[in-house]
Write a protein that binds this ligand. Structure first.
Ligand code: SF4
Length: 387
């Protein structure tokens, strides 16, 4: 970071190990290991690469007891500040808090397991264990994975931003009841304009609560950086944002670019170098792709995302959104708003056209099928030549 540091607004302080965020502290930059957590060699290497490039906090996915065991081994070999995303397995919090400095939970994922246990009790369980080990907590709401009640409200025409805010507000009430203050909130969407709007509203309503910023599934370079930059420039220059992540679809060995690009954006904002237009122009082709994580079941996902980008080179003026997701867990929900949605399994790729499931295709079959769908949607025959 250069001499003019970007300072956050005066929220309360949140402590992540020896790192303090909010309340005017430096904005922290986070990234995530995309490797399988149990692949110790690969994950350790990824932690080292991210640390070497200046990651303040490194996220690791933990979905099973075996992942927890792996996390214990990784912990012994690194001093990095680690954060675990609990996904659906909220009870694992008990096992992971001794090893990490921060826990993330998604309110939308607390409805999958133990449906008869009230969500408040689940949050209480998470917060009690986080508190015992001085871990910070992130309440991470994603537009693509809202809880069932929020989805129902959305289906009835309530503005998705209002729905996401209601979801997080319910959890703020929980935190109040539990008297837990060491938490941050994130409100993420793949649409930078939604990220700007919802974080502005939240910051105005709750000026004391630190915010983690990100455009989820921002996709591949260069568009992934552009989308993120637009959101961050709009928010951070107004003092909104206390930690950031740039979520990019990258080969595993290049994940550290998320840190480099995040720091560059912060540095540019600090120097008053704004590169983007004030808002994201929605016109034209929009490819959304997830940044991948240990849930990716076939690394061919990253290559597939690149091939979809190549295939659509000549379609830049077409108003089509294509979403390419790395796993079967979040893929179906995260592709809901796309014209064509793909999510990857070990040996096949699921394809959805709007809300209609077209089927499962092998990795060899999927591109020709996408091509056929694109030809039908656009009435154009020149797509293959351009690809
Ligand atoms: S869609 Fe799946 S693979 Fe991609 S980041 Fe989300 S959980 Fe990980």
């Amino acid at each position: 970071m250069n001499s003019k540091e970007v300072l956050a607004r005066q929220t309360r302080t949140v402590t992540i190990g020896d790192l303090k965020i909010g309340a005017g502290h430096k904005i922290a930059v986070q990234s995530m290991c995309a490797t399988r957590t149990q692949d110790l060699e690969a994950t350790e290497r990824q932690i080292q690469l991210l640390e070497k490039h200046g990651a303040d906090v490194i996220r690791i996915a933990v979905d099973s007891k075996k992942d927890v065991e792996a996390l214990g081994v990784l912990r012994k070999n690194t001093n990095a500040r680690l954060v675990v995303d609990l996904q659906e397995s909220y009870r694992l919090v008990e096992k992971v808090t001794p090893f990490v400095q921060k826990i993330r939970y998604n309110p939308g994922h607390l409805h999958h397991h133990q449906k008869n246990v009230p969500v408040f009790d689940k949050v209480k369980f998470i917060v009690e264990h986080a508190g015992q080990h001085s871990c910070a907590v992130r309440i991470g709401v994603n537009f693509g994975s809202l809880d069932p009640a929020s989805r129902e409200a959305e289906g009835k025409g309530v503005d998705p931003k209002e729905v996401a805010l209601r979801s997080v507000e319910q959890h703020l009430e929980f935190m109040d009841k539990l008297d837990f203050k060491n938490f941050v909130v994130s409100l993420k969407s793949s649409n930078p304009n939604d990220v700007i709007d919802i974080n502005e509203i939240f910051a105005e309503r709750y000026p004391e609560i630190p915010l983690h910023l990100g455009v989820t599934e921002a996709g591949m370079l260069p568009m992934g950086e552009i989308k993120t930059r637009i959101a961050f420039e709009n928010l951070i220059r107004r003092g909104i944002g206390d930690t950031i992540r740039v979520s990019l679809t990258l080969p595993f060995d290049e994940k550290y670019q998320e840190i480099i690009i995040g720091r560059k954006i912060l540095s540019d904002i600090a120097e008053g170098r704004f590169r983007s237009v004030p808002r994201f122009e929605q016109e034209g082709l929009n490819i959304i792709s997830c940044p991948s994580c240990s849930r990716v079941e076939n690394e061919a996902f990253i290559e597939l995302a690149e091939k979809v980008k190549e295939l659509t080179t000549s379609l830049q003026d077409e108003n089509i959104t294509i979403a390419v997701m790395g796993c079967r867990v979040n893929g179906p929900g995260e592709t809901d708003d796309a014209d064509l949605g793909l999510w990857c399994a070990p040996n096949h790729v699921n394809l959805k056209k709007k809300s209609k499931l077209l089927g499962a295709f092998s990795y060899d079959e999927i591109l020709p099928r996408i091509l056929a769908e694109l030809k039908e949607m656009t009435g154009r025959d020149d797509i293959l030549d351009a690809a």
